[in-house]
Design a protein around this ligand. Structure first.
Ligand code: UD1
Length: 418
């Protein structure tokens, strides 16, 4: 298994470009199942999770072809299998959003349930309840959700919590249903909005996207389209923290400032300067960092996917910071590794108290999930000596060419193949 070796202590300076959003690309790739026409998707990040999604589609009978470094052509002329197997869903939970489009296109689907996850239970009850409300007969058998629905019908669906995946799954099931579907308490994340734009470009009738109520008027058929995936706001936020934690000066090109409001506010509270610069954001850190209180929330609140990175940063603030994780119940695994590097963090239930500034010293550390691995890279950038992050495959799920990007702005980071 590859490792990343980091020699910290360099202030990162320069410009860095973002890749396309992983969390937008995955459901958008699945949406290709909804039409027999070709769809062309641009700005697709070359990530392990994207490869898993494409592998899944190929198994369903979809023709997939990279027609450019970041451009993917998909054609689901005929669906030859209805099954998303366990071995793919267990490596990537987002495979579960194949359920909605498969069912809508063919009237049946057999999708493995994802099982446990390093950051929390992450059940799929809301996905299932929503799709059932549209008239599907659903059985749970042998670890699989087996769904049949010769005709999906529009319905009113209330989500107990604004789940991103459930909103996407139900939206994709509803676009070809008969009649109107209302998803209430829907997720408002920019990635849900990007999927809705793609579906609208395919001929779907969707209103209210970006609000708590999404209304979908079912249509008979969808057609092919071209779509460009939005830039990755989580990668942007991670790089902003990289500038902050190294006392650097980074311009993050094309950073979607309008989607990063809560992140910009929190970073400013720590004393980091942030300004809009061309089409992106410039992050300059040259004063001592201040502590903050932080609570993860559904969009537009502070994203849980940047909590681990912020924890690494707050180990460098002078004073006591408090982080409350409200989305996932077990998302502090990175804290245990940060402790090994010299951080002072006390966890109690959903809250972590971070006292700083701590002198971080390089250590061999192990990534437990995608965002946790990024927080360890960030800590390594601020640590003295050598930090060795193992289980880099977690990083490959969501950060494209991260070591090369960091090296281009001065970081001393190398990937060591197994
Ligand atoms: C998506 C993102 C992930 C991000 C998360 C929250 C993708 C591929 N992944 O994950 O990076 O961290 O949103 O912003 O887009 N829940 C239920 N029942 C359900 C579904 C969800 O109880 O049926 C709970 C989950 O356990 C969790 C919360 O709702 O506590 C939020 O999960 P959800 O928004 O569904 O996250 P994902 O779509 O899995």
């Amino acid at each position: 298994m590859d490792k990343m070796i980091i020699h910290g202590g360099v202030a990162l300076k320069g410009k860095v470009a973002l890749s396309g959003s992983k969390n937008a690309a995955l459901p958008i790739i699945m949406a290709s199942v909804l039409t027999a026409d070709p769809v062309i998707i641009g700005n697709v990040p070359r990530l392990r999770d994207v490869r898993t999604a494409v592998d899944l589609l190929v198994r369903l009978g979809v023709q997939a072809r990279w027609i450019g470094e970041h451009e993917l052509e998909l054609r689901a002329r005929e669906i030859t299998s209805h099954e998303a197997p366990y071995e793919l869903v267990k490596t990537m939970r987002a495979s579960f959003v194949a359920l909605g489009p498969l069912l809508a296109r063919t009237g049946r689907a057999r999708v493995s349930t994802p099982g446990g996850c390093a950051i929390g239970a992450r059940p799929v009850n809301l996905h299932i309840a929503g799709i059932r409300a549209l008239g599907a007969r659903i059985q749970l058998r042998n670890g699989y959700v087996e769904a049949r629905a010769p005709h999906l019908c529009g319905a009113r669906v209330w989500l107990d919590s604004p789940s991103v995946g459930a909103t996407e799954n139900i939206m994709m099931a509803a676009v070809l249903a008969k009649g109107t579907t209302l998803i209430e308490n829907a997720a408002r994340e920019p990635e849900v909005q990007d999927l809705a734009r793609m579906l609208a470009a395919m001929g779907a009738r969707i209103e209210g996207v970006g609000t708590h109520v999404i209304e979908i008027g079912g249509v008979e058929r969808l057609h092919g389209t071209q779509h460009r995936v939005i830039p990755d706001r989580i990668e942007a936020g991670s790089l902003m923290v990289a500038a902050a934690i190294t006392g650097g000066d980074l311009t993050i090109e094309d950073a979607p400032a309008d989607q990063l409001g809560a992140v910009v506010e929190k970073l400013r509270e720590t004393g980091v300067e942030i300004s809009t610069h061309g089409g992106g954001l410039r992050v300059t850190a040259n004063a001592p960092l201040r502590p903050v209180e932080l609570r993860t929330l559904p969009y537009p609140g502070f994203p849980t996917d940047l909590q681990a990175q912020m924890m690494a940063l707050l180990t460098q603030s002078s004073g006591t910071s408090v982080i409350t994780e409200t989305i996932f119940e077990n998302r502090f695994m990175h804290a245990l590794e940060l402790l090994r590097m010299g951080a002072d963090i006390v966890m109690k239930g959903p809250t972590a108290v971070v006292r700083g500034p701590s002198h971080l010293s390089g250590a061999p550390v192990m990534a437990t999930d995608l965002r946790a691995s990024m927080s360890l890279i960030l800590a390594g950038l601020a640590a003295d000596n050598e930090t060795e992050v193992s289980r880099v495959y977690h990083l490959d799920r969501g950060y494209e060419a991260l070591d090369a990007k960091l090296r281009s702005v001065g970081a001393r980071i190398d990937r060591v193949p197994a």
